[in-house]
Design a protein. Structure first.
Lengths: 662, 153
């Protein structure tokens, strides 16, 4: 009965979405204030209905109601409550409900804060979001309905794939979706601006917080997924250029370009047409990502959907959304008048460089991911595009951008002084050279590119520090003044420095992964093995009974000489329900390096296969990601974005006097 | 990667138990083993998503690892060992697709796109002219303006 209530709520959300779209778009076109206000109410109602539907699904999972097909297929009685909850989105149907829930949450947020916005813009944004919601609600109700019943109900469910029963993966999809779907807000703003035929600094100021927020979520989501792969795999790989990963990387790259280009729109009232296009492309890539993962075009655990009907439906959705918005763009973009001029060497110029490179990187990932599918579809040879391709294309493309990250923030708007900026960066340059020289000396005959990567990371990190020091006039002004300046700096500029610093940390982690050492051996009780100057001792092996698995638990001691550093206990877990064995790795970290241990198969004669790795700086990859997202959050807390400020600015902008752009 | 391995495992009905390279597979000669690992890193585990045979725990990857090691022990060069595999599985097994007419688009478009983008941005920045100010009012319009202003007073 409860699940039918949820089903009904979701069905009811469809006409409400139609109302939201119709009232929002038509109301804005006719200047009908009542209709525009009703669109906002519809957005709130839609959120309540979808939240209700989602809640009933959660309830079905918590009480293990196996008369619901979706629950029977993806849950079981033995599973811990935590994984019963996360199973709700650990399957195709449930994850699509989460998708529309987040979409409606953003819609409700726009409606809630809508007082600060021009009513027409708000109504149009909600209208466009309503259209997106219609598409996805139809998709769920007709091809992926999680509310269907199963009769007779089985006594127990089939359980969740053991690989998915992991805290890292439990929160990976919600963060990714918060990122993907957040891009729908920027998309809605872009389409609304095209309908109005106007993009200005105020528009950029409203779009930016949404874009920034979804970028932060996407950053965390991708980092989480990569971290999960790292500790689950048993050999410590963290990125595979797997189509599913690429699907999340493409909107991230486009979104990164978007948060940079929207700064130019906000500050200098130019690059408007490009920014609108980028907002459309970012969301389009989010849709492409959903399509790639959901349609069954690719086979991987993420591609749960094996039903071609779904693929065709999403493809149609893709064509309508992307084709429609790009057609609108082609018709209306020429109306957008470019504003301020700037020289090639300037802050704007640096941001254009950022956009050109990020767009090329994004295109590379796009082609690398889809070209094999395309070639296969036209009857060409079957190809694999793996890491060697991206090492030779993506990596060289991104290097000039990483070099420029240090310089760009030191250039002035309109016309910058490149030589002056480089002079101010002498300290960063010196540190980078020292890092490279030390690296080359320590790693004689080792991977040179990795050492250069570390130098690049040092350059970016130092450049971020120099930029902050420069702004507060550190060592050049008396301390009280430095302090006053440090306090008065806008948070957005600290956010930028943090994000750039986080990027440097990630690049350092990626580069240093080339220095890893490994040892793969068969060990007996009491055996010792050496790795990277440490001793690993095999102390014992035992059995452990988990909730829904049994495990072999090995005990190891990690020693530095005779000093005990850590006890490690890697496991081999066997899930009887799925007849699957999963390796649970054990990692000792001091944040500068990981000691990574995985337990393999026994040889039946008392020996166990053991894989041990020493991975220097590898935690930096994810720490850097977290710093980047934190930088985004700091920037988001800048008072410029606060609702009241935007409203006051809007009121001022409404006065007949023309503002100065900056 | 492992998610793909698991799907393959579920579909094909076997259970992945071992972890990638196993101690028993490794060659005693460290130089030969290093060569085998380098080759293995370039070859795709056919039932996985973009995972090399060196990193995969699928049975097929295990067989290919053993095959490569046997070829090297028998005296094959690296190129001969790779050719031995591509002759049987086609170019699909190569993680780095060959550069040939069918892949020109794949290999050259990244840099072509960067070049075109950079060129476009450069031309845009250099050749933009300030938007001309609104045309000055002609005589009739000016008179009309004055009349309106007078009426206002």
């Amino acid at each position: 009965m409860i699940i039918e209530l949820g089903h009904f709520a979701l069905i009811l959300a469809l006409p409400v979405a139609v109302l939201q779209a119709g009232l929002g778009l038509a109301g804005a076109a006719r200047g009908d204030w009542n209709a525009m206000a009703a669109a906002r109410t519809a957005a709130l109602a839609q959120f309540i209905l979808i939240a209700l539907a989602f809640a009933t699904l959660v309830h079905a999972y918590v009480v293990s109601d196996f008369s619901v097909l979706n629950v029977a297929e993806n849950s079981s009685l033995q599973k811990p409550l935590f994984y019963k909850l996360t199973s709700v989105w650990g399957n195709h149907e449930g994850s699509m409900v989460l998708w529309v829930l987040i979409l409606s949450l953003y819609g409700a947020a726009v409606a809630w804060f809508g007082d600060a916005m021009p009513p027409r813009l708000c109504a149009r944004v909600l209208g466009v979001k309503g259209l997106v919601a219609i598409g996805f609600l139809l998709f769920i109700l007709f091809t992926s309905n999680p509310f269907l019943r199963l009769d007779p109900a089985p006594a127990n469910g089939q359980g969740l794939n053991p690989i998915l029963q992991d805290p890292g993966l439990a929160f990976h999809p919600p963060f990714l979706y918060l990122g993907y779907v957040g891009n729908a807000v920027a998309f809605a703003f872009a389409v609304a601006a095209l309908i109005e035929g106007r993009v200005d600094a105020t528009w950029a100021r409203w779009v930016r917080p949404w874009t920034l927020a979804s970028w932060c979520f996407l950053t965390v989501g991708i980092a989480m997924g990569s971290w999960w792969a790292y500790y689950t795999l048993g050999w410590g790989g963290w990125w595979f250029w797997d189509p599913v990963e690429n699907a999340s990387l493409m909107p991230w790259l486009a979104g990164t370009a978007l948060i940079h280009s929207s700064i130019v729109v906000e500050r200098r009232d130019t690059l408007k047409s490009w920014t609108v296009l980028l907002a459309i492309l970012t969301f389009s890539l989010s849709l492409v990502g959903t399509f790639l993962v959901r349609s069954g075009v690719l086979t991987s655990v993420h591609a749960f959907a094996l039903d071609p009907r779904r693929g065709v439906f999403i493809l149609a959705l893709l064509v309508v959304a992307i084709g429609g918005s790009l057609t609108l763009y082609a018709m209306r973009a020429p109306r957008l008048q470019p504003g301020g001029l700037f020289a090639p060497i300037s802050r704007e110029g640096a941001l254009v460089l950022n956009n050109v490179v990020l767009a090329a990187c994004c295109a590379t990932v796009f082609i690398g991911t889809l070209y094999p599918l395309f070639l296969d579809a036209v009857g060409g040879p079957k190809l694999s595009v793996g890491y060697p391709f991206f090492d030779r294309t993506f990596v060289p493309l991104v290097i000039p951008l990483l070099l420029a990250v240090g310089i760009g923030p030191l250039l002035a708007w309109k016309r910058g002084d490149l030589l002056g900026a480089l002079q101010r960066l002498w300290a960063a340059f010196a540190v980078a050279i020292v890092v490279v020289l030390i690296g080359l000396y320590v790693e004689r005959g080792g991977p040179v590119l990795a050492v250069l990567g570390l130098g690049l990371a040092a350059w970016m990190a130092m450049a971020a520090a120099v930029e902050v020091a420069d702004r507060v006039r550190l060592f050049r002004a008396p301390w009280p003044e430095v302090w006053r300046r440090a306090i008065n700096q806008p948070r957005a500029s600290y956010g930028m420095s943090l994000a750039h610093f986080g990027l440097a940390v990630t690049v350092a982690g990626i580069s240093a992964s080339a220095f890893q050492q490994q040892r793969i051996v068969m060990m007996h009780l009491g055996d010792q093995t050496q790795l990277a100057g440490y001793t690993l001792r095999f102390d014992g092996i035992g059995k452990h009974d988990g909730n829904n698995y049994t495990a072999d638990v090995a005990e190891f001691t990690l020693l530095d000489g005779s000093r005990v550093i850590a006890h490690l206990a890697p496991q081999r877990r066997f899930f009887p329900l799925q007849q699957q064995t999963v390796s649970k790795t054990s990692i000792h970290t001091n944040l500068l390096a990981d000691f990574y241990l995985a337990l393999g198969d026994p040889d039946g004669k008392g020996g166990w296969a053991v894989r041990a790795y020493w991975k220097p700086l590898v935690p930096f990859i994810w720490i850097g990601g977290v710093i980047m997202a934190f930088g985004g959050a700091v920037s988001l807390s800048d008072r410029r974005w606060r609702v009241g400020v935007a409203a006051r600015r809007a009121a001022r902008a409404a006065l007949p006097a023309r503002g100065s752009g900056a | 990667m492992i998610r793909a391995v698991v799907v393959a495992a579920l579909l094909l009905g076997f259970v992945p138990a071992a972890l990638a390279v196993e101690p028993g597979e490794m060659l005693a000669n460290p130089q030969l083993e290093a060569r085998a690992e380098a080759i293995g890193k370039q070859l795709r585990c056919l039932v996985c998503q973009n995972e090399s045979i060196e990193d995969s725990n699928a049975d097929l990857a295990h067989d290919l690892r053993v095959l490569i090691r046997n070829r090297l022990t028998a005296g094959d060069t690296d190129a001969q060992a790779i050719k031995f595999v591509t002759d049987r599985y086609g170019d699909f097994v190569l993680l780095k697709p060959p550069v040939e007419p069918a892949t020109y688009v794949l290999w050259f478009s990244p840099f072509a796109i960067l070049t075109i983008g950079a060129l476009g941005a450069w031309l845009y920045i250099r050749h933009r002219r300030p938007v001309p100010p609104d045309e000055p009012l002609d005589l009739n319009q000016r008179r009309k303006l004055e009349r309106l202003l007078l009426e206002d007073q």
